[in-house]
Design a protein around this ligand. Structure first.
Ligand SMILES: [Zn+2]
Length: 940
């Protein structure tokens, strides 16, 4: 037990011996000043009693007044004591449950740390947040949170006195999120030392940080993946497979693309993060910690590189520089090598974690530290400064990866970028690199961020307030007064889905109570209105408008630089929802209601009868059909083209199922006549005699979805989309396909977007576990051929179309092949498409809509195959192909085919050049994929 008396500390030992410890001058350690025992001289015995009495009083206060307790540093084990190894030690990893347990221990032992479980992950693991600040701030946390919310105008603009109080007492609220990419594992380990230090250290630096900031820490944005990667690493540790890549995704559905979900919010982890950012804490600074490749710079810090996005307030980019460069300076001061900024990561794109804060007037930051081999060290040969590196063949990232996989124990080639310059003054020249190096760089960078935020507390609050105020004011006098989303759309449910996404991002949306007119257009009651005089207006504008990507070239004769990710996201286009930017204010007297919950489209059941019908249009219609099929067994659905809208006619399910469709899926259900395929007439749409395209479904199609051992994200996204809409599927691995007899089990097989080389050969190195080596091979191609011959539908997405074109005698050419980047380049672009909605695959689609395109194939049909019938289901228009984003070589795509269906009699191949389910965003084109799954005429 320890008791402080003046400068001394008295210590009772259990043996009755009693020490007086006096602090040494030079540091915070103590030396034994004297020792007593009650058995000694009377004077010493009296002194002992005085100290003991004082001690008892202090002990009573200590035990009875927990709120007066100082940080009980002694109760908190160090990470090393807790784990049994030093954080970052070679070949050692703390698994997620140990990280959570340790954080709970710290939170129990420290009044500076609060532990919160924000929810459960996809695999039902805890998704946690730590709130870290001084003991006094933690006591006042709710009040301080309200001040921060006021900074972001929650509940309206702050009054002058609220604003002054905010500047005086508000804190710099800094969020650090870690480990979204699970193989980038360093930050999930680093946090153990970071939190221990902040919880226990009493240095002036830590005190300054705790007094002036509220530090929000998410130790992993993807706990499921932390577990998946740790287990895979430990399983292979010490074997010949130690460097073997994970054969599946490190997120249950979407792998690395979990950092591409910050406007669609499809996954639980993205939703929890959005909730924390834009509904709970509104942090003004947000650092997302990553790792990058192993060959070059050791750490990337902000600012990132051109082009910028003009919807972001310039001051946000300036703070990127201030905070990023403070991190760089701290790393330089610590003698660290290889610190770079202004490279690789472009500033334009929404969708990544920290980036998405910019349009919310939050200073989003990124660090990327060079990777080891998970927890195993890496060797890299040293470069010779002054001597240019030997020319190496141009190698794409995938080939580089393959080469390293083949020879994991060979040292990496020396770094090639060794020219000192402004953004990279001390280049990395090679050497050994370990997990501990990663932890060290991240600790320095994170502490530097916190210190700088503490130093700049007041300035940060003032300037963020100004950005927020300016944003709201420009909404009152800018070009756009409001964004209008009519409640009447090709599929009104999609308008509601779009509004729900906006609400998740903190956007305020209202709904009108009566019809109105603005800019000469009329809108029905129930139309959604997004006023631009709101603090996140920049986000709503950028998310919904057409993107214009500014080409960046290093020199006048250099080719354009590729963007880091996609160049278009216009979410209204992607979801098939018309969005209008209003120039004039809404007419006065129009009554609008602020939406407090997510909007919902209500369906209804009209009339009675066993046979009924409903509109087939939009992705949700497929969910309705699948539910019917699952419930009934006897359900027969007929899709018949009636003008632009198709109809579903069905029988054989209980009335409560029908009512469930109306209630849950917004379906309007009407009685249909009993004759086969004859539909009741939808009100307002006179039945036209058309050439009916009919698809009969007597049961849910049996779907096989190819899953290679190369961890393909498009497979994961496809799986997720199928599940959301109630399609049952089976994952097919190489062995399943090679085994053949596929038609006995499946009606349709989907090959996700994947290079033919990966499908055919997979990874085939001795460092890969045998069960995950190879691809489907020629034997698998034969099995697919047989599947088509027996009437199956084979659906190829994106790059896998080339496998069909190469291996099957189909009358289609991929025109993208052989074009270089100067001729044709579209790294994520939204294109206009024309759909043949009399074709069964186009059923229920509008004749003109938008498709997402990402350097995938586009087609022309070839004459002279009489045994097949190829139809173009969707094509690009003859002019104005680009709807949003960047496309080089637009003229090459004009009039070309985007989706082709080839009747092989009896089977069928469907080629998707455009990306019908891209990252689960493209609701407008989901029906093309769903219809192709329904194409098989199912018999019992
Ligand atoms: Zn990353």
């Amino acid at each position: 037990m320890l008791i402080g008396i003046g400068p001394d500390i008295a210590a009772f030992s259990s043996s009755g011996l009693f020490y007086i410890l006096r602090p040494t001058k030079l540091n915070y350690s103590f030396k034994v000043a004297t020792t007593f025992s009650n058995k000694e001289t009377p004077m010493r015995s009296r002194l002992f009693r005085v100290y003991r009495a004082a001690g008892v009083i202090i002990v009573v206060v200590f035990l009875c007044g927990p709120q007066l307790r100082a940080t009980a540093a002694a109760d908190i084990p160090t990470p090393q004591q807790f784990l049994g190894f030093r954080v970052g030690e070679d070949k050692k990893l703390a698994r997620w449950e140990k990280i959570v347990e340790y954080m709970q221990i710290i939170a129990r032992g420290s009044n500076r740390v609060k532990f919160r479980e924000l929810g459960k992950t996809t695999n039902n693991n805890p998704f946690i947040l730590l709130e870290i600040s001084s003991a006094e701030n933690i006591k006042n946390l709710e009040h301080l949170k309200q001040l921060e919310q006021k900074l972001y105008f929650l509940g309206g603009a702050p009054t002058d006195s609220e604003r002054d109080e905010l500047f005086r007492s508000g804190k710099a609220v800094v969020l650090v999120s870690c480990n979204i990419h699970s193989t980038e594992i360093g930050s999930s380990q680093m946090v153990l030392e970071l939190v221990h230090r902040l919880a226990t250290e009493d240095s002036p630096l830590v005190k300054k940080i705790l007094d002036n900031t509220i530090f929000l820490l998410v130790p992993s944005l993807n706990p499921d993946g932390q577990i998946i990667v740790t287990d895979w690493y430990n399983k292979n540790l010490g074997t010949e497979y130690e460097a073997s890549p994970l054969p599946w995704l490190y997120h249950p559905y979407i792998g690395h693309d979990n950092n591409r979900d910050m406007y669609m919010f499809t996954q639980k982890e993205s939703q929890l993060t959005a909730q924390l950012l834009w509904h709970d804490w509104f942090p003004s600074v947000w650092l997302d910690e990553h790792q990058m490749g192993s060959q070059g710079a050791r750490i990337f810090v902000m600012p990132a590189t051109d082009p910028i996005n003009q919807n972001v307030h310039p001051l946000i980019y300036r703070w990127n520089g201030i905070l990023g460069q403070a991190q760089a300076a701290a790393l330089e001061a610590a003698g660290k090598e290889g610190i770079i900024y202004n490279s690789t990561y472009t500033n334009f794109w929404q969708g990544a974690m920290a980036w998405s804060g910019w349009w919310h007037n939050q200073v989003g930051l990124l660090t990327e530290v060079a990777s080891a081999r998970i927890a195993s060290p890496l060797e890299q040969r040293r470069a010779q400064p002054g001597r240019p590196p030997a020319p190496a063949p141009e190698e794409d990232f995938q080939s580089q990866q393959r080469r390293q996989m083949e020879n994991p124990n060979e040292p990496l080639p020396p770094p090639r970028d060794i020219t000192p310059r402004t953004e990279y003054p001390r280049p990395w020249l090679g050497g050994k690199w370990t997990l501990r190096d990663i932890v060290d760089y991240e600790l320095i960078a994170t502490m530097a961020l916190l210190e700088t935020a503490a130093d700049y507390r007041e300035q940060l609050l003032h300037q963020i307030y100004e950005v927020n105020r300016a944003t709201v004011e420009s909404g009152l006098k800018g070009d756009t007064t409001a964004i209008i989303i009519s409640s009447k759309q090709h599929d009104s449910r999609e308008a509601a889905h779009l509004v729900e996404r906006l609400q998740m991002a903190g956007i305020e949306v209202s709904q009108t109570e009566a019809p109105f007119e603005v800019d000469g257009k009329s809108y029905p009651a129930g139309t959604f209105v997004i006023p631009m005089n709101q603090v996140f207006a920049r986000y709503a504008k950028d998310l919904l408008e057409k993107q214009t990507y500014p080409e960046v070239r290093r020199g006048p004769n250099s080719p354009p630089e590729p963007p880091y990710d996609v160049t278009a996201w216009s979410l209204g286009m992607q979801m098939g929802v018309d969005v209008v930017f209003a120039k004039k204010p809404l007419p006065g007297g129009i009554s609008v209601t602020r939406l407090r919950s997510t909007p919902k489209v209500n369906g209804e059941v009209r009339g009675e009868g066993k046979r009924f019908s409903f509109d087939y249009g939009g992705a949700d219609s497929a969910a309705a059909i699948n539910r019917l099929l699952k419930a009934g067994g006897e359900a027969e659905i007929v899709l018949t083209s009636v003008g632009e809208k198709a109809r579903v006619s069905a029988t054989g399910v209980q009335r409560d199922v029908v009512q469930g469709l109306a209630r849950d899926l917004g379906v309007v259900i009407q009685p249909a006549s009993a004759s086969n395929g004859k539909l009741g007439t939808a009100p307002g749409s006179p039945e036209k005699p058309t050439q009916p395209s009919t698809v009969r479904l007597l049961r849910t199609p049996r779907i096989g979805l190819y899953q290679s051992w190369t961890a393909n994200m498009d497979e994961g996204w496809t799986r997720w989309v199928l599940e959301q809409y109630g399609f049952a599927y089976t994952n097919l691995h190489n062995g399943d396909i090679k085994a053949g007899r596929l038609r006995e089990k499946f009606d349709s097989i989907i090959l996700p977007d994947q290079q033919p080389r990966d499908i055919l050969n997979g990874f085939d190195f001795k460092t890969i576990r045998e069960e995950y080596r190879g691809g489907i091979g020629e034997q698998g191609v034969d099995a697919l051929r047989q599947f088509i011959r027996e009437g199956g539908t084979l659906i190829a997405l994106g790059a896998s179309c080339d496998l069909m074109i190469d291996k099957f005698p189909i009358p289609v050419r991929n025109l993208k092949r052989g074009l270089n980047r100067d001729q044709h380049f579209a790294p994520g672009t939204i294109l206009r498409i024309q759909v043949d909605n009399s074709h069964p695959i186009g059923l229920g689609m509008p004749a003109e809509t938008y498709g997402f395109y990402n350097n995938s194939p586009f087609f022309s049909l070839v004459e002279g195959f009489s045994s097949q019938k190829a139809s173009v289901v969707a094509r690009y228009p003859n002019s104005d192909v680009v709807a949003s984003g960047w496309l080089k070589g637009e003229e090459l795509m004009a009039g070309r085919a985007a989706v082709v269906s080839i009747e092989m009699y009896p089977g069928r191949i469907v080629l998707f050049g455009l990306r019908p389910q891209h990252r689960a965003q493209t609701h407008a084109t989901f029906p093309l994929l769903f219809n192709s799954l329904y194409m098989v005429e199912l018999k019992n």
